[in-house]
Design a binder for this molecule. Structure first.
Ligand code: AMP
Ligand code: MN
Ligand code: MN
Ligand code: MN
Length: 274
């Protein structure tokens, strides 16, 4: 079975519409797909509709990627297989959207102070539902202020850079509670991407599990085996289920839906919990 439980659509910072995303997943012979937009679940309904209309042999798992704050780190928590009509979950998502909107206004003001015109209107135009720093990066590139998106992050948008705004995301325990109360499973996203020492990673896994988290991502085609081994050992100690996802945002040389995502054999797959 081919599984990909981490992907983004145009409803956040991905480049494919929900319909294009499920069609591509179908071409890649993905059997089980989750669209996990940043703090947003609006892609799920049109994706389901497209699967039915194109008669695709593909099961969509409801998904979301929450941005959370933990000891100054931004930690991403995936919610999978929840009830998307849960009122408390919808309220939590609306609050995160409000925070994204407020942060975007502050980023635009900071950029305006740096002699870059107010980009708010242009960013509003390129962003669909969930406004992110990626939308600012794209406008900065289009306006020839930066050569590419990574440069926009390095110069302006990353932590401690000129237009960085410390976000006011919900906490990890709040995200886990919202996911679980809606009947879903909480999964730690890409632990290998956080810039932290092993001691902090252990603390992160400890807290995640103590607060009710049940699964973690464990593999990535572009992370060193050494780093993955450390993460897999910690995950094993914490008896977590394993999830697999490409974090697909756009077709490129390195990322493809459902590719190179073999689950380590000594872990139970998260889809056993669905
Ligand atoms: P946000 O969630 O609004 O903070 O936006 C960050 C998004 O920008 C991430 O989800 C990534 O998809 C994307 N991104 C691309 N390059 C970078 C980078 N160098 N640092 C952080 N985010 C990046
Ligand atoms: Mn993203
Ligand atoms: Mn992420
Ligand atoms: Mn992601």
């Amino acid at each position: 079975m081919r599984v990909d439980l981490h992907s983004h659509s145009t409803f956040s910072d991905g480049v494919l519409t929900p319909e294009q995303l499920v069609l591509r997943a179908g071409q890649m012979q993905v059997d089980l797909l989750a669209i996990t937009d940043h703090d947003c679940i609006d892609a799920i309904a049109p994706a389901e509709e497209a699967i039915a209309r194109h008669n695709l042999r593909l099961t969509l798992v409801p998904g979301i990627e929450f941005s959370t704050k933990w000891h100054g780190f931004e930690i991403h928590i995936l919610g999978l297989n929840f009830n998307g009509s849960d009122q408390a979950l919808l309220k939590t998502i609306a609050q995160q959207q409000q925070k994204r909107q407020e942060r975007a206004e502050k980023i635009a003001r900071k950029l305006a102070h740096l002699n870059i015109e107010d980009l708010s209107a242009k960013v509003a135009k390129v962003s669909a539902k969930s406004i992110s720093r990626m939308h600012f990066a794209k406008v900065l590139v289009a306006e020839k202020k930066c050569k590419d998106a990574p440069a926009a992050f390095t110069k302006y948008l990353s932590k401690n850079k000129a237009a960085y705004v410390s976000p006011d995301w919900l906490s990890i325990d709040q995200a886990i509670a919202a996911i679980k109360d809606a009947g879903g499973v909480a999964c730690l996203a890409h632990p290998f991407h956080y810039d932290m020492k092993t001691k902090w990673l252990r603390r992160l896994f400890d807290d995640f599990v103590n607060w009710g988290g049940e699964a973690t991502e464990l593999i990535h085609p572009r992370v060193s085996p050494t780093k993955l081994n450390v993460i897999q050992d910690i995950a094993k100690e914490h008896k977590l289920y394993a999830s697999v996802g490409s974090d697909f945002h756009a077709p490129n040389r390195w990322t493809e839906l459902g590719r190179k995502l073999t689950l380590p054999s000594n872990f139970a797959p998260i889809w056993d919990r669905f």
